[in-house]
Design a protein around this ligand. Structure first.
Ligand SMILES: [Zn+2]
Length: 577
């Protein structure tokens, strides 16, 4: 999955494009004047304030003016900032800096937001997958699509897939389409193939496969070109559905204390108009979470230079937009999904001859990275296997010295498997890792036991080594690969406990609670070029969350059960439970 998200460059264009047609023009919204307009506070927050500022970790009062913090400390420290119109707010709980998820996906997640969850978490046994499809079909009207997502064969013994015959028996009166958690496969029954006009004799489209046994469709559909044929048969979402879906995704983030995210492949589903649509939605009603966007570097039929020009022509240039929706990065995907065995490794996968392959030729990668650098973008490069890290790193080692802007905080995404040498060279080149930390929790045992073996699996998500190399790591969800829940990611960075058996995956890579929490606050803010967020201090934005406990003073194992009652952006309510 790590790639579900990032590699479906064309998947869904036909599906969502319909409801998302835009000229590409956008106009920033202005919900709040962000510069202090007076010496006096418009709002004062009084309570247990956890600042994440090492110089003053705790405070009793925080004064806010024009969305920014103008005073923080004891109540007497801010007394002079209280005027006749200052409102005082005494929250019930701990005031924390708003958390930051620096890599998640709105648009690819929207594609299957309402589909039935068939994840290993919801369906711990393979039989549960079939039973869930059966019961969903029984509740559906005959003929309506039964849609499932997040089915993950890699987490069941023997890596079983669902077959067309099984799905025909489970849903005799409904078309069924199930998405593999990696985003690279669908599984369908006979009625779904009929709805899409696919028969035993339909030729495979270039780059896609309709799986067959003895010439008969077996139900497996591989890779976007074939998957798009199936998506063409689904009912199209309305613009209202899309607006509601975006709000639902961002509200789910806010419920976990998040006030800023990076959308990690803007334009990957419906093209450049995705960016304008975020502004449009924010213009109608302020979004519940700030969105930093990473512009997708692949658009159908265009060269990397042409893609860059298309974004610029739409007015989407580095750091354009406003403080709610801002364009910040250039997204490039170099390999696939490690648990889907399509990540690119220096050594073969267990039981295979090869370690996957890169998504680009050396020339192609050179061109797509150059296009982003020439336009002045921060690079955000999906590198999942250690060979993908090597490929991107060696290309950048050539390119970066020839570019003036070397301090744009270029990032390797997931950066799941690295060598010591690579971490050292990343530090030298100024490239930071962002880890999909719950890879360890959910797939650590599968990597150890069936996909990579114990020695390589131990090198998954080397947060401690990244810190030791002088890097600035952040943690992310890659939603909807995992749920948006920064405290859960941070918990895993401290404990590295596996969901499967409770064992610890390479204790040498465990970090301190402070390091883990930095990776979802100040480091994550740095990764999205938002240095005015991630801690509560004078001059910073008043982005904060009201929580049931203080993670800086509680057991990391308990972090995922901390509740958030409210979030605030620029001192104004963004979410209330
Ligand atoms: Zn992603």
């Amino acid at each position: 999955m790590a790639s579900a998200c990032c590699s479906t460059s064309t998947l869904g264009h036909q599906h969502l494009h319909h409801g998302l047609q835009h000229s590409g023009e956008f106009s920033p919204a202005h919900h709040a004047k962000n510069s202090p307009t007076t010496e006096m506070a418009d709002t004062v927050v009084v309570g247990q304030i956890v600042t994440n500022d090492p110089n003053h970790p705790a405070a009793d009062a925080m004064a806010i003016s024009g969305g920014k913090i103008i005073g923080i400390g004891s109540t007497s420290d801010i007394e002079g900032l209280i005027g006749p119109s200052t409102q005082t707010y005494k929250p019930d709980g701990f005031v924390l800096p708003g958390l930051i998820d620096p890599h998640m996906h709105i648009w690819t997640s929207l594609l299957n937001l309402t589909w039935t969850d068939l994840s290993h978490q919801k369906c711990p046994k393979f039989d549960d997958v079939i039973a869930t499809v059966t019961s969903t079909a029984q509740k559906a009207r005959p003929g309506d699509f039964v849609l499932g997502k997040a089915f993950d064969p890699s987490l069941y013994p023997g890596e079983p897939v669902v077959t067309r015959d099984q799905l025909d028996r489970a849903a005799p009166n409904n078309p069924v389409l199930i998405m593999n958690a990696s985003g690279h496969f669908f599984y369908a029954n006979s009625a779904a193939f009929a709805a899409a006009g696919v028969t035993d004799t339909t030729p495979d489209p270039a780059g896609g496969v309709f799986g067959r046994v003895d010439g008969k469709l077996n139900g497996t559909i591989g890779e976007p070109p074939a998957m798009m044929v199936m998506l063409g048969a689904l009912p199209k979402p309305s613009p209202q559905d899309i607006a509601a879906g975006v709000n639902e995704i961002l509200m789910a983030a806010a419920r976990r204390g998040v006030t800023s995210v990076r959308e990690a492949a803007t334009g990957s589903i419906a093209g450049i108009g995705e960016y304008a649509l975020l502004h449009q939605l924010n213009g109608v009603k302020r979004l519940p979470v700030r969105v930093s966007t990473a512009q997708f570097s692949v658009l159908p039929g265009l060269s990397p230079k042409e893609v860059s020009a298309a974004w610029a022509a739409a007015g989407v240039t580095p750091f354009s937009g406003d403080e709610m929706v801002r364009a910040d990065a250039w997204k490039v995907v170099t390999d696939g999904s490690n648990q889907g065995r399509s990540g690119y490794f220096l050594q073969p996968y267990l039981g295979e001859e090869a370690g996957g392959k890169a998504d680009w030729t050396p020339e192609g990668l050179h061109d797509v990275l150059s296009a982003g650098l020439d336009a002045g973008w921060q690079l955000m490069i999906h590198t999942n296997g250690d060979a993908a890290v090597e490929f991107a790193l060696s290309t950048l080692e050539e390119l970066l010295p020839n570019h003036a802007n070397n301090d744009l905080r270029h990032r390797f995404e997931h950066c799941s498997f690295t060598t010591d040498d690579q971490l050292r060279r990343m530090a030298e080149a100024g490239i930071s890792p962002s880890f999909l930390m719950n890879h360890v929790y959910y797939w650590g045992a599968a990597f150890r036991d069936t996909i990579l073996g114990p020695s390589r699996a131990g090198r998954l998500d080397r947060v401690a080594s990244a810190y030791a190399a002088g890097l600035t790591p952040s943690l992310h969800s890659d939603y909807n690969v995992t749920d948006i829940d920064p405290l859960s990611s941070a918990r895993t960075a401290v404990l590295r406990k596996l969901n499967a058996d409770g064992s610890v995956l390479n204790p040498a890579e465990c970090v301190t609670p402070e390091q883990a929490l930095a990776a979802i606050t100040t480091n994550a803010a740095w990764h999205i070029h938002a240095d005015d967020r991630g801690s509560l201090a004078v001059g910073k934005r008043a982005d904060f969350a009201i929580a049931s406990d203080n993670p800086w003073a509680s057991d990391p194992a308990s972090w995922p059960s901390i509740n958030f009652h409210e979030t605030y952006i620029d001192g104004k309510p963004a979410f209330q439970a």
